[in-house]
Structure formats: C-alpha cells, structure tokens
Design a protein around this ligand. Structure first.
Ligand SMILES: *Cc1c(COP(=O)(O)O)cnc(C)c1O
Length: 459
C-alpha cells in the first residue's frame, strides 16, 4: 500500500520542564490583569507558549556541552573565533560582528548604511527592522508581491519581491537614495513565507545593474531553504546547507536573530562582505553592545550559537520542524478555522478578520482572539495586526491588510499531542465566535506598542 510517511523528530528527550496547569477562572483573572495583552502575562500562567519562536528553542546536549566550554575572556574569546568560522563556513559572509540579538545588529547596520531621506525597499516590514531604519532617518517601502497580502492566495513563494515595484521606486527616488534592499528570508510578517532562488537571482541582477546592495535579514534562512528544496525546481536533490549558502551568496551582508533558526536562547550578529562597513560596525558595536569579539554575549552564548547554526541546517531537523507546523495547520483546517495559506515555516497564522468578521479593525480583532484563546486553554499566542503595525512618523495608525493571530511553534519543544490541544482550543473558540466582543486600547506606549499596550473589554 502507498501512503505518505509521517515526519518525526530526529532526537529524543532526556530532560523535561513541568508545566503549571490552570483553571479558566484563573486565566480570566490573569488576562484581565495583563490588560488583554498576551505579552504581559506571566509565563508561569501559560500552559503552551506560542507567543514566539524567538529564544524559546530547546538546545541540544551538544549545545549545552558547548556552554561549558565558554571562554569568558573580555577580548578575543575562543568561542568568538568558532562563531566566525561557522558564519564563514555555513553562510559565506566574510566579516562578523556579534550582537546580543537581531535588533542590536539592525541598529548598527542602519546607522552605518542609512542617511536621512533614504528609502529602504523590503519584502514586507518587520517591526524592529523598520523602526531602526526609521530611527536612522530612512523610510521603508514595501516591495513584496501583492499575493503576500492575501491570506488565501496559495502562491508558493509569497516572500518574493515585485521587481516592478522596486523599479518604480528606483525611478522615483534614484538609486543614490537607496542604500540597500532589505530582504527577509521566510518572511515573518507574511506568515513565514519563502522567497524563491529564482527571485533572488533576478533581484541580484537588477540591484547589481543599479549599484544597490542587498542586506539579508537571515533570521529564518534555514526554513526558507527547506521550502526551496521542497517547492522549487532543481533543488530537490540539494541539501539545506547548499541552498542556504547560495541564498547568502546573492547578498552583501546580513543581520541575524540567532534566537530563531539558529536554536539559541539569546544571540545574534551582523555580517558583511565589505571591509569598510565592517570597520565602521566594529567601531559602533563597542558603543552599543560591547567589544567586537563579544557584542553583548558571553563566550558560552557564542559557542552555543556556533553549534546551533550547524544543527539548524540539518535536513532531518528542518523536515521535522516544518512538519510539525504543517501538522498543526492541517488540524486547524480540519476544524474550518481560517488560516494563512500556504502553511508557513514557523507557525500558523489565523485570519482574525475572517474569524471575527463582526469586529472592525479599531476593535482589535487579532488582539481579541489571542486573549480568547488564552482564556479557553492557557495557550498563549500573539497579535500581528493593527496593534503590531503601530503608527507612522506623523502619528497616524497604520491599517495593515492582514489582521492575524500568530501561533508560533518553538523549535524542538512541544509534542504532537500539544499540537492537538492547540487546534482543539482554536476550534472551541471558533464555535462561540459570534458572541465575542472586541477591545479598546487604554494605554499605548510610544514605540513597538504591541509589547506593552493595555486593553479593556468592550461591553
Ligand atoms: C526576531 C526578528 C528580528 C529581530 O531580532 P531580535 O533577536 O528579536 O532582536 C528581526 N527580523 C526578523 C524577521 C525577526 O523575526
């Protein structure tokens, strides 16, 4: 008999963390106290934590062993050189600046490359990336293909750049005003959607013609490589390692949050192939992070990162990683829950506009849904909609097309039975969706408001 073989984890467990189970009454109290913002819940009050896949991975025994070999010297730590060697070997970038996490790298890179009045095209914005571009005086311009903004469109590479949109920007502002194109692999805000190698090659040819750099937000490059291997012609027999190396080869530098694909709890870096940019970064990192051979990290963190980078590029690891996310998505679909398609690499994105069509965007449908799911089961998700989108420089709300609740799956942490509990909880809330009321914002911080904003239930 022919049947599709299941994915399974290429590891076994030898340590577990016990979880606190809560009652619905306790959860109703906890979410009210948290201002209906899942970021403000205590993690102790959470059963299954899908807030983010950032820094929440389970490290391997090899990574933990690496932690014990931390060389905690102020300068020139052995672990820094291991990390530098890993970045060169697996990604191919020449120069490395470690940073405490991705946004540390974004800060330094934006300060070096962006002048006031510059325009930075990108394949959809990311919160911290765009903010650092704006703080450096630049303006972000979205050049992702239109399909990426349609949660039902099944385009296999929704992370692709629309070269016509880019060309229009170049014609309008001139290449001199565009220091680089900001390319994210496996675009987070589009639902964990990949960019194709073909698109990257065309983008490279175009930008070379105009003398524009490509800077790679490589936070999820391994997951992107997995999708290229599965979906793009000519890559089925290539390893994830080979694909990742090729992706990086079309770019001039990168920022990395190693808390995602690279399987560490803290860490990141900036990388570049340009000596002048490296020199400048080496100067700036001392101001904002620490000396250029530790960048805000302990030696042991850099060692765990070097090992995690190698593990993240293992074909079996990615197959199980993305397989688990797909499994959850299929369970949700079987309950009729509207999700972003195709299923992405790091989580399931539920379409809150379709889930709660009776709420206007000003009643925060995604924020509301995330709170309801927590109340139902103690599963913690997060909003990716109008709250996350924030306000523009003139103080006007951005109204993003997508209003999503993100169920982000930490790497190597939860089991298939956990996935069932999550899908069942979403289904239970879906059953009573018509009775759900929206929220009003009662406290709004100035920057990245989704982290600390507070809400009250509308009556
Ligand atoms: C998480 C993330 C960042 C920022 O990294 P931090 O480590 O959280 O500072 C940047 N870009 C993308 C795509 C991310 O997912």
């Amino acid at each position: 008999m022919e049947f599709k073989r299941s994915w399974a984890e290429p590891y076994k467990m030898k340590m577990v963390e016990l979880l606190k189970m809560s009652t619905k009454t306790q959860r109703v109290k906890a979410i009210r106290k948290a201002g209906y913002n899942t970021f403000l819940l205590r993690s102790e009050d959470v059963y299954i934590d899908l807030l983010t896949d950032s820094g929440t991975s389970a490290m391997s025994d090899r990574q933990w062993a690496g932690m014990m070999t931390g060389d905690e010297a102020y300068a020139g730590s052995r672990n820094y050189y291991h990390l530098e060697a890993a970045v060169r070997e697996f990604y191919g970038y020449k120069y490395l600046i470690p940073t405490h996490q991705g946004r540390g790298a974004e800060n330094i890179l934006s300060k070096i490359l962006i002048k006031p009045g510059d325009v930075i095209p990108g394949n959809m914005y990311f919160t911290t990336t765009r903010l650092h571009q704006e703080l450096a005086g630049g303006m972000f311009a979205d050049v992702i293909i239109d399909e990426a903004h349609d949660p039902l469109n099944e385009h296999p590479f929704k992370g692709n750049v629309d070269l016509n949109k880019l060309d229009n920007l170049v014609k309008k502002h001139g290449a001199g005003k565009i220091p680089y194109v900001s390319i994210a692999t496996n675009v987070n805000m589009a639902g964990g959607q990949p960019i194709s190698m073909q698109n990257l090659r065309e983008l490279r040819a175009y930008t070379q013609k105009h003398g524009i750099r490509i800077i790679h937000d490589m936070t999820r490059v391994a997951e992107n490589a997995y999708f290229i291997q599965q979906r793009e012609e000519g890559f089925q027999k290539k390893s994830i390692r080979e694909i990742v190396k090729e992706i990086c080869s079309y770019t001039d530098g990168a920022t990395m949050s190693a808390k995602k694909d690279a399987l560490v709890n803290i860490g990141g870096f900036m990388a570049t192939n340009e000596w002048e940019v490296f020199e400048e970064a080496r100067n700036l990192v001392v101001v904002f992070e620490g000396l250029h051979t530790y960048g805000g990290l302990a030696g042991r963190d850099m060692e765990a990162m070097a090992i995690g980078i190698a593990e993240s590029l293992d074909d079996n690891h990615q197959h199980a990683r993305v397989g688990q996310v797909e499994y959850l998505g299929q369970q949700m679909e079987s309950f009729g829950i509207p999700i972003v398609k195709p299923i992405g690499g790091h989580g399931i994105f539920v379409d809150a506009k379709a889930f709660l069509p009776h709420l206007s965007q000003d009643e925060f449908p995604a924020q509301t849904l995330a709170a309801e799911i927590y109340i139902d089961s103690g599963v913690r998700t997060m909003e990716r909609g109008i709250v996350s989108a924030g306000r523009d420089a003139q103080g006007r709300n951005y109204y993003p097309k997508l209003e999503l609740v993100r169920f982000t799956i930490p790497r190597r942490v939860y089991t298939q039975a956990h996935m069932d509990v999550i899908a069942e909880s979403a289904a239970a809330v879906f059953e009573k969706r018509k009775k759900i009321k929206g929220l009003k914002m009662v406290y709004e911080p100035r920057y990245l408001r989704f982290f600390q904003a507070r809400f009250e239930k509308l009556r």
